[in-house]
Ligand binder design. Sequence first.
Ligand SMILES: NC(=O)c1ccc[n+]([C@@H]2O[C@H](COP(=O)([O-])OP(=O)(O)OC[C@H]3O[C@@H](n4cnc5c(N)ncnc54)[C@H](O)[C@@H]3O)[C@@H](O)[C@H]2O)c1
Length: 321
Amino acid sequence: MSAHANHSAPTRVAIVGVGNVGATFAYALLLSGLAAEIVLIDANHARAEGEAMDLNHALPFTHPTRVWAGDYSDCAGAVVTVLTAGAPQNPGETRLDLIKKNAAIWSQIVPQAVKPNPNGILLIATNPVDVLTYAAWKLSGLPAERVIGSGTILDTARFRYLLSQHFAVDARSVHAYIIGEHGDSEVPVWSSANIAGMRLPQFCQAQRVAYDHEAMEKIFLQTRDAAYQIIERKGATYYAVAAGLMRITQAILRNQRTVLSVSSLIRNYHGLDDVCFSLPTVIDRGGVEQLLRLELDSGEIEKLRASAEVLRKTIRSLNLD
Ligand SMILES: NC(=O)c1ccc[n+]([C@@H]2O[C@H](COP(=O)([O-])OP(=O)(O)OC[C@H]3O[C@@H](n4cnc5c(N)ncnc54)[C@H](O)[C@@H]3O)[C@@H](O)[C@H]2O)c1
């Protein structure tokens, strides 16, 4: 080690809301060894304490990590503060229905999390995630590149998984994005979906199988409606979203410049402005390094406009200005 070694503070990640999603993310983060300190904050402090105790008992099998139930002052110095507090999605309820319940708690949580930590990154998972990402940007006063919503990282993962099953290749070898809202108006980008750089119809041709339009449409519908299907069966979804939050956190902490479909402030993309939704985004230590301006076909642009309009209407109803 050089004489000028940088004795910087231990890497801290704060989690506000340690229910299904927050606790699962905390567990994944502990197993990863990426964070030296994990602070758990919840309105239900006993819940946060219980999770901290349980996680601490995993330390002999994992990595030396300081895990504790704290309060907002402990957000100080956190590289990333993950916001997963809020009401879960009830059966039959759309994500946008949740806005009424979750927008109210946002105006309490966001300023408290940011005040002791003006240099950190906010990573939002609470639904409706795009609207709450926009609200977090407004309420926090942070530069837009440091306010990130998990957005369609989960939908893109579901899409790639289902396509990988159909085409019988590793999900990591399928490159296809869901953009726009994390929710009912989300948009599949078929025009650039590919395996090894081969568009899907080309891939089928090379494999001497027919490109099945109907199966593709079904895959998108399964992707879009997956949350409803899972909630009907087990009441909530949390493993895949926690893995997605992990992937984003890893890209930030390790300055990876990874391309992930996440939600952030959109500025002048196909005439769309002042709204948060997901596009493939380069993520590094500073947060959003760059939004990739995907080339879309005219049908995709139209669908994205409609998706942005759904979000803008909800944002307007919140009177954030
Ligand atoms: N973005 C995604 O892809 C995605 C996926 C799954 C779930 N979600 C969303 O994540 C959120 C959490 O889901 P869950 O299943 O973990 O819910 P949960 O009910 O299990 O946990 C929510 C936690 O938030 C806490 N909380 C509520 N109000 C608070 C406040 N004012 N301050 C601090 N803590 C507060 C609760 O005490 C609880 O522990 C929901 O909005 C859900 O829709 C998002």
